[in-house]
Structure formats: structure tokens, C-alpha cells
Write a protein that binds this ligand. Structure first.
Ligand code: SOE
Length: 389
């Protein structure tokens, strides 16, 4: 309603690099496109390097900064803590934020291991705060539309799920040993960084995993010690070498609770594939496929299409009927990567305002982490593993 001032929700963000930029942009653009009951206020950003955090504060439009996340959490002018730091810090920050009564949104994977992930879930439940994990690809309009088609039964019984996430940013052996390649900071490699997204998409689209078997490898075992950035374009700056302690590539097979068979691949060694996150789902009445590199399009095939004109057809998911896109441009005017974060934040703030728990949340994060751990274990033991809850 014109003239009615919206209730503000005050955000405090820990971290400010790649994901910090994506989240900051989402909070800023959200009110421009969506009529969310809450108006995000970029209250404070935190980081240990004062120069860098000050620079980020100015550039991304935050009101103030802190150099210690503990100080951020103590502030009573902050309602939400947004965690965009490397993975090994998620648990400590999230648990402290929950205990301080803040709502929490964190980057994926939830933690380094299942034990920490479960402690995080316990903390948010005990303190009654809302929580979310940033599996942003769920919020691509074409992916949301695929989910609608599947839920309406347009594919019938599901037989196959094929999910792959292919990147190539570390294929050069001189690419440095960034934190994403160190197990004690990242938990795992391609598996937890990008395979986690494929796992989340599969769970979102067709349901829970029943069992898995996997194999993984580290092709380049040592790399130059680099800058401590997560940057996908980091440069080596030393003769000194350090050990890569995570997987470069992981493949796994799965069976789902609904009887479908799954085939998954996560790799950072697929030359030419910059960010190819894709899936194909085959059911008794048709198939659906999607690829992040053409994120607005969904390809569908239905067995009951007329003979002679059967074949995959491409839907450009930019029409009013497609989720989220009506808020932007006329049909055919596409949206991009950054918009997935706007949709995710919109859902998060609606959950806080409407007092419901949005998804994907820490419960999804724990289920994802159980799979990540099982996949690593299976590769070690060379055996199928049942997925518990
Ligand atoms: C790097 O591999 C990365 O930024 C991931 O960390 C993100 O989760 C993925 O969306 C894009 O690639």
C-alpha cells in the first residue's frame, strides 16, 4: 500500500567476497522487484582485515562494519546473521548467532561434518530462530517450474535422475592451494562445493536418497601455496608447494526412495565447462532437462505428444506463469545468476515475517552433509552405503 512504511529487518553479514557480493546485491535489489513484507537494511558487515572490510562496506552499501564477528552478533540493532565465510567457520558463527536469538542464513555446505551440522540444527531449533542454507539453484525459475511439472505428475513415475556439476577453474596445475582445496577449511573438494548443489537439486526435485556408491580422485596432489582467497581466478605466488587434501572429482551412483536410479558427477577438471550445473530426469511419461549455462530454458519431452512432432522442445521460462519472473521484465527478457539469490532472500524474509520455516534450511543442510560424508566413506570402502536420517 502506498505510504505504508514496511517493517525493517536488519542484516549483519560475516564475510564479503564472492558470496558476500551475491548476497549484498540480493538484499539491495529485493525491494525493487518483490513486495516482501520486510525491508532488508544492510546494517553491518564484518571481516578481519579492516582495510578490506571497509572497502567492501562502501562498495556494497553497508551502513557500518566490524572486524570481529562476535561483536556483530552482540549488536542489538541486528536481526539476521548472514554467513558467507569459508566452511570451517559456519558452525561456530551459526551456533553463537542462534544463541543470541538471530535468524541465520548460511552458505553451503552447512559445516565440515555431520556432527557439526547436527549441532547447528539443534541450536537453531532450541532458540526458535529461522534458518536457511544457500542452495540458490533451487530458485532458478526454470528449476521451480520443473518441480511444478514433476509434482503435477507430468513425467509420471521417475526412472532416472542424471545430475552433473562441471567446472574447470583449477585444471592448471599452477593454480594455487586456495582454501577450497584444503580439507580442514572446506570439508571436501568438488563434492562439497558443487556436488552439494546437485544433491540438493535432486532432493528438491524427486525426493530422498536411499543408498549411494561412489569413487573420487585428486588428480593434482600438490599445488603452489597461493593467496588465501577463495577466488576462482587466484594466482600462485610462491615456489613452495602444499598438499591438496580434497577431491578434484567425484562420481556416484544412487538409488532414491521412490525407486529412481541416480547418476552424479562433480568435477573441477572438465575443460571448457565453466559452471555447467545440469540435470536430466526421465519418467514414464516424459523427460525434463536443464542446464545452468542456459538457465532460463527448460527442455521437455512428453510421450503423449502427437506422433511425427515428438521430440524435446525448449521452454523459455520467462512468461508470467513461470515462478518469480513476472516481477521482472516482459516475456523473453531473461534474468541471471544474481537473481537466484534475490528469490532465496525473498523466501527467507517471508518465512521470518510469516513465521514459517523456509526451505532449504538447516535440516536440508544436515541431510546434504549426511550424503557428503557417506559419499566420501563409500569411495574409501568401495561399497554401497544406506543413507540414514
Ligand atoms: C565455486 O566452485 C563456486 O563458487 C561454488 O562455491 C558455488 O557454490 C557455485 O554456485 C559456483 O561455484
Amino acid at each position: 500500500m502506498v505510504g505504508v512504511k514496511k517493517k525493517e529487518i536488519r542484516i549483519g553479514m560475516v564475510g564479503y567476497q564472492f558470496m558476500g557480493k551475491a548476497h549484498s546485491h540480493a538484499y539491495r535489489d529485493l525491494p525493487f522487484y518483490f513486495d516482501n513484507p520486510l525491508k532488508p537494511v544492510l546494517k553491518a558487515i564484518s571481516g578481519r582485515n579492516e582495510e578490506a572490510v571497509k572497502e567492501a562496506q562502501k562498495k556494497m552499501g553497508w551502513e557500518s562494519y566490524e572486524t570481529d564477528w562476535r561483536a556483530l552478533i552482540k549488536r542489538d540493532d541486528i536481526d539476521v546473521i548472514d554467513i558467507v565465510t569459508p566452511n570451517h567457520t559456519h558452525a561456530e558463527i551459526a551456533i553463537a548467532a542462534a544463541e543470541a536469538g538471530k535468524h541465520i542464513i548460511t552458505e553451503k555446505p552447512l559445516a565440515l561434518n555431520v556432527e557439526d551440522a547436527k549441532r547447528m540444527l539443534t541450536a537453531v531449533r532450541k532458540n526458535g530462530v529461522k534458518h536457511m542454507i544457500c542452495h540458490n539453484y533451487r530458485f532458478v525459475p526454470a528449476v521451480q517450474y520443473a518441480k511444478q511439472l514433476i509434482d503435477e505428475g507430468r513425467l509420471g513415475k521417475i526412472y532416472h535422475y542424471r545430475g552433473s556439476y562441471l567446472q574447470d577453474f583449477i585444471i592448471d596445475p599452477n593454480f594455487p592451494l586456495i582454501w577450497r582445496l584444503q580439507k580442514e577449511i572446506s570439508g571436501s573438494g568438488a563434492l562439497g562445493d558443487i556436488g552439494a548443489h546437485s544433491i540438493d537439486l535432486a532432493r528438491f526435485l524427486i525426493g530422498e536418497f536411499k543408498e549411494i556408491v561412489s569413487t573420487m580422485d585428486t588428480f593434482i596432489k600438490e599445488r603452489p601455496i597461493g593467496e588465501m582467497t577463495g577466488g576462482l581466478s587466484a594466482k600462485g605466488n610462491s615456489e613452495e608447494m602444499g598438499e591438496v587434501t580434497v577431491d578434484d572429482a567425484t562420481s556416484f551412483l544412487a538409488r532414491f526412495e521412490n525407486g529412481a536410479l541416480g547418476n552424479f558427477e562433480a568435477t573441477r577438471f572438465a575443460a571448457g565447462n565453466r559452471n555447467k550445473n545440469k540435470f536430466e530426469i526421465n519418467g514414464e511419461k516424459g523427460s525434463i532437462r536443464w542446464d545452468m549455462e542456459n538457465m532460463n530454458n527448460l527442455e521437455v519431452y512428453f510421450t503423449d505428444d502427437e506422433e511425427g512432432v515428438q521430440g524435446f522442445r525448449m521452454i523459455n521460462c520467462t512468461e508470467e506463469v513461470h515462478p518469480y519472473v513476472g516481477a521482472y521484465w516482459p516475456a523473453g527478457h531473461i534474468i541471471g545468476y544474481e537473481h537466484t539469490f534475490i528469490h532465496l532472500m525473498d523466501e527467507f524474509l517471508r518465512g521470518i515475517a510469516g513465521d514459517y520455516q523456509p526451505s532449504p534450511n538447516f535440516e536440508d543442510g544436515v541431510k546434504n552433509q549426511i550424503l557428503l560424508e557417506a559419499i566420501e566413506q563409500s569411495a574409501k570402502d568401495k561399497k554401497w552405503i544406506e543413507i540414514g536420517s
